[in-house]
Design a protein around this ligand. Structure first.
Ligand SMILES: *[C@@H]1O[C@H](CO)[C@@H](O)[C@H](O)[C@H]1NC(C)=O
Ligand SMILES: *[C@@H]1O[C@H](CO)[C@@H](O)[C@H](O)[C@H]1NC(C)=O
Ligand SMILES: *[C@@H]1O[C@H](CO)[C@@H](O)[C@H](O)[C@H]1NC(C)=O
Length: 172
């Protein structure tokens, strides 16, 4: 029957849309878990050269997952209000985690200075800032117009937090 076919098509569409929002939430949660792992590693680092290696690995994993998240968002359909809400809650948690990770990285600067690694951290932070900005705008393009202002505000907070960390690393 034509009606049931339409209904099936509609159900598939809805399912796809839900999957898109969920995929973005998954990607953001992965990024948050990377940020938290990086935070823990930097925080517990004694300042030795060997201990700096896992910091590099975790930092790279974070960057890769930010870029993956951007791809996921770019391929996503426009988000519904409910999906936007879920993405917003996850993003807010992520901004908090990112801020705190950046604080830890800034607090550890003397240790990076000692090993002459601060310029490397500066470059890494720059790539992560750019990648995060791309992720923010890829997501913003998929949220309903009424939420665009809120999305931009969150993106601006993230940007400001990165800017503070970059400032701290610009002098050594
Ligand atoms: C980062 O580490 C600091 C210091 O241990 C801790 O206070 C903060 O809650 C941690 N943040 C995250 C996102 O894990
Ligand atoms: C998706 O949303 C954006 C901005 O909210 C809008 O410009 C665009 O036309 C929408 N695309 C579709 C396919 O609805
Ligand atoms: C993150 O840090 C920025 C810059 O300091 C600040 O404007 C923003 O309010 C912070 N956001 C959260 C959720 O902690």
């Amino acid at each position: 029957m034509k009606f049931s076919k339409t209904l099936t098509a509609l159900a598939t569409l809805v399912a796809t849309a839900i999957a898109d929002g969920a995929a973005i939430v998954d990607a953001l949660e992965q990024i948050q878990s990377d940020a938290t792992a990086l935070n823990d590693t930097v925080d517990s680092w004694s300042g030795d050269l060997l201990g700096a290696l896992p910091i590099t690995t975790k930092s790279t994993s974070l960057l890769i997952h930010i870029n993956k998240g951007t791809e996921t968002a770019k391929h996503s359909a426009n988000l519904t209000d409910l999906e936007t809400f879920n993405v917003a809650v996850t993003t807010l948690n992520l901004v908090t985690a990112t801020n705190s990770t950046l604080d830890t990285i800034v607090a550890s600067k003397p240790k990076f200075d000692k090993l002459l690694l601060s310029p490397v951290i500066l470059l890494t932070l720059k790539s992560q800032k750019d990648a995060s900005a791309q992720l923010s705008s890829a997501i913003a393009e998929k949220v309903p117009l009424t939420f665009q202002g809120a999305a931009e505000q969150l993106a601006a907070q993230l940007d400001a937090a990165f800017e503070e960390a970059l400032d701290a690393y610009s002098f050594f």
